[in-house]
Design a protein around this ligand. Structure first.
Ligand code: GTP
Ligand code: MG
Length: 226
């Protein structure tokens, strides 16, 4: 009898767990975001220069609003991207991180101009995410590094809000172009939004977790609805 009651109690008080896939190109700021959450919600030491590029995954459980938000932070190097597709089916929200200063500059590296590299990798995941009605949250990260005199490509007044707006409109435009070329994507309606943060200063971090939680919960509820 005791075991039955204990089992029932455990079942009734069990917290729902929401899985969050945290991805983006290498150096975007994913692990700093994870470590900032660990600092704010789990008494961790906070992000530091000692954090190396991620090989494989980092995980974090955050207890938030009577639930558990479970993060998978995956490495962004090209050799690790095949892992992203494997985690996506189990996620309740896709969080895509962008290095905002690099986006503003549209700097070029081995993968080409930054905005092209972001859209190529992101849209690959978006097609799968949109087919599952998975919420997509794009994070403009490292906003504290947006200096007013940063040389930019096509952004007149540099600010966190300005770069977020530029990211949002660029993604919409480029997605529309993709749909024109690949009509199989025409039926997909990605559910995406852009938020801005600095893991260094903590700006936007609490809003980010709240937004992730709300979206993940909504997705989980819609999946369990009859
Ligand atoms: N000033 C500032 N620098 C940041 C911030 N976030 C990340 N950085 C810098 O960007 C570097 C890369 O950040 P990571 O969080 O390790 O990047 P990542 O996206 O996890 O990269 P991979 O693991 O290689 O995929 C850090 O070593 C910091 O120098 C931020 O909010 N502010
Ligand atoms: Mg990392």
């Amino acid at each position: 009898m005791y075991h039955l009651l204990a089992g029932l109690y455990a079942e009734v008080t069990k917290k729902p767990t929401y899985h969050v896939l945290l991805v983006g190109l290498k150096g975007a700021g994913k692990t700093w975001i994870l470590e900032k959450f660990r600092e704010i919600y789990c008494d961790g030491p906070g992000p530091s220069a000692r954090i190396a590029p991620t090989v494989g995954q980092n995980v974090l459980n955050v207890q938030y609003k009577r639930s558990i938000v479970h993060f998978w932070d995956l490495g962004g190097a090209a050799s690790m991207r095949s892992l992203w597709d494997e985690y996506l089916p189990d996620a309740h929200t896709l969080v895509w991180v962008i290095d905002a200063p690099r986006w503003a500059q549209n700097s070029v590296d081995a993968e080409g101009p930054y905005r092209d590299a972001v859209c190529t990798a992101l849209f690959h995941l978006v097609q799968d995410a949109a087919a599952r009605n998975l919420p997509i949250l794009v994070v403009a990260a490292q906003l504290d590094r947006l200096e007013p005199n940063l040389p930019t490509d096509g952004i007149e007044h540099i600010s966190g809000a300005g770069v977020q707006e530029h990211i949002y409109t660029t993604l919409l435009k480029r997605w529309a172009l993709l749909v024109e070329e690949d009509t199989s994507a025409a039926t997909l309606k990605p559910d995406w939004d852009v938020v801005g943060v600095s893991a260094a200063s903590s700006d936007g971090m609490r809003v980010l977790l709240d937004t992730i939680h709300a979206r993940a919960m909504r997705f989980a509820t819609s999946k369990s609805a009859p």
